[in-house]
Design a binder for this molecule. Structure first.
Ligand SMILES: [Ca+2]
Ligand SMILES: [Ca+2]
Length: 238
């Protein structure tokens, strides 16, 4: 039987001396499975990340971990999220946290390294509730293709792609407008605004992120087609 011996370098290796079954008494062993663990960023404080299991100790092993985010039970080897700690990726310096766990029994002390990978949980985007498009945006009568009407922008709280990559579309059917990936609403190809036909357009714009599961947000853009001679700037026509 092969034994993985804990030699303190963070990588458990097969000790050739073990091949004949003569295991050094002072060598206790660590499960290889705890070298790397994944944890979602939304777990609560107290969440059990992993447990270091050792065998072959000649005494009572004691665990110790000095880390800002995680603590270890000195007797059981349970590694948990510290009280009051949020693993929100927005507040962490990176997506991985390295832990150095000291394990000591009556004959030996080693340092075992564990990499904790923080998994980004996809959160929904949102539009501001005071976007200027909510109150009405003016566009000139007879405005043709590519005329810029207004720009809308949703915010996504996620720090990393694809969870924070947004795309936009207009969900209201049969409007003369289109929207770009940047949220710019323009008069669509082959379309023209007609004040005498339609004065007010209420169009629903949807923002989608690229995470899994995908999240969306929506807002209503009020577009007023101004009569000829009124301002065609990005302002509501009076
Ligand atoms: Ca997130
Ligand atoms: Ca997101």
């Amino acid at each position: 039987m092969f034994h993985a011996s804990a030699n303190g370098d963070g990588v458990d290796a097969v000790d050739p001396r073990l091949l004949n079954g003569a295991r050094p008494l002072e060598c206790f062993e660590i499960s290889d499975s705890v070298a790397e663990v994944e944890v979602s960023e939304n777990v609560l404080s107290g969440y059990l990340v992993t447990t270091i299991e050792i065998t072959g100790s000649t005494g009572t092993p004691v665990f110790d971990l000095n880390n800002k985010y995680f603590s270890i039970d000195p007797g059981s080897g349970d590694i948990r999220v510290k009280p009051g700690v949020s693993l929100d990726l927005d507040n962490l310096p990176g997506r991985e946290i390295s832990l150095s766990v000291k394990i000591q029994d009556d004959s030996k002390e080693i340092t075992h390294k564990i990499t904790v990978k923080i998994i980004d949980v996809n959160e929904p985007p949102s539009f501001p509730d005071d976007g200027p498009w909510l109150n009405g945006i003016g566009v000139a009568d007879g405005a043709g293709p590519e005329t810029l009407v207004c720009s809308v922008e949703a915010k996504d709280p996620d720090k990393y792609a694809p969870n924070n990559v947004l795309n936009y579309y207009i969900s209201t059917p049969a409007t003369p407008f289109t929207i770009s990936d940047l949220g710019e609403i323009t008069v669509a190809t082959g379309q023209t605004t007609h004040h005498e036909k339609t004065v007010v357009w209420n169009i629903e714009v949807v923002a989608t992120d690229a995470g899994v599961p995908q999240h969306t947000a929506s807002t209503t853009v009020l577009i007023v087609v101004c009569p000829t001679g009124k301002p065609d700037s990005l302002k509501p026509c009076a």
